[in-house]
Design a binder for this molecule. Structure first.
Ligand SMILES: [Zn+2]
Length: 254
């Protein structure tokens, strides 16, 4: 019974994440105003706004203008429902569960905003950084994050500096932005959360993932070497791999 409640909770938060993904980059209010179709601007009735179901019933089209509605809405809702369920199964009813759900939602929103708009809103990065810093001052070991204060603070500082340095050097050499400061703040957040060593692993794995992602389109020449790709999603995927599989154990860093 409780499982059904957790999934429903996930679907509702997934729906909220969709609103944030759509509105934050446009500087729109995320609580005021009812949802409306991005194409014909018609307000969406509550019975057409039910997570997962409405997308399926309307077969990913607006009821009024019949234009396609992005599958992203469905994917985000489904991911959140499944993630909440997975977290609940592994952590049970605990503060750990609440905390990982919050972190998950923030990362999910960043992932899709960066994918679409090549930006990461400061409000999201700063929320993560705030969690990363304040957790150092609690007495409990929540989510097995890094609770070594100097290591956490150094991780946060280095995470920012490394990407800032890459941007700086790349700009000197090629007079172009390699990454954005949003990426620097995101890596910094993971530094505060996980510590110094994971920063280097995350940056390395994210670069490999990014390269694998662009390789096919470079080979088939439908993308020029100068075109931009969002780096935030790769940082997030790398951080998830590092966190759940503890990749740093395979690397000797002295
Ligand atoms: Zn419409």
């Amino acid at each position: 019974m409780i499982e059904i409640f957790i999934i429903l909770l996930g679907l509702i938060f997934g729906s909220f994440a969709n609103v944030c993904i759509h509105r934050l980059p446009l500087d729109l209010d995320i609580v005021k105003d009812r949802s409306h179709c991005p194409k014909c601007k018609k307000k969406i009735a509550w019975h057409d706004n039910i997570p997962l179901l409405s997308s399926l019933i309307l077969s990913f089209k607006c009821r009024t203008c019949k234009k396609k509605i992005s599958k992203q809405y469905f994917i985000v809702e489904l991911l959140t429902g499944l993630a909440f369920m997975f977290f609940y199964k592994t952590l049970g009813p605990s503060f750990d569960f609440v905390l990982i759900c919050i972190i998950f939602i923030i990362l999910l929103i960043i992932f899709f905003i960066d994918l679409k708009h090549y930006i990461i809103p400061d409000s999201l990065n700063f929320s993560l950084i705030l969690i990363g810093i304040t957790k150092n001052f609690t007495t409990q070991d929540f989510l097995k994050l890094n609770y070594n204060l100097p290591d956490s603070l150094l991780g946060g500082a280095l995470g920012y500096l490394i990407i800032w340095l890459i941007i700086f050097i790349y700009k000197k050499i090629r007079n172009k932005e390699a990454m954005g400061l949003g990426d620097a703040k995101l890596l910094s957040a993971f530094g505060f959360l996980l510590g110094v060593k994971p920063i280097f692993i995350i940056l390395f794995v994210a670069s490999v993932l990014g390269l694998l992602f662009v390789l096919p389109s470079l080979l088939f020449k439908n993308r020029s070497t100068g075109s931009i790709i969002p780096f935030g999603p790769f940082i997030i995927l790398a951080a998830i791999l590092e966190y759940f599989f503890n990749l740093q154990q395979y690397v000797v860093l002295n």
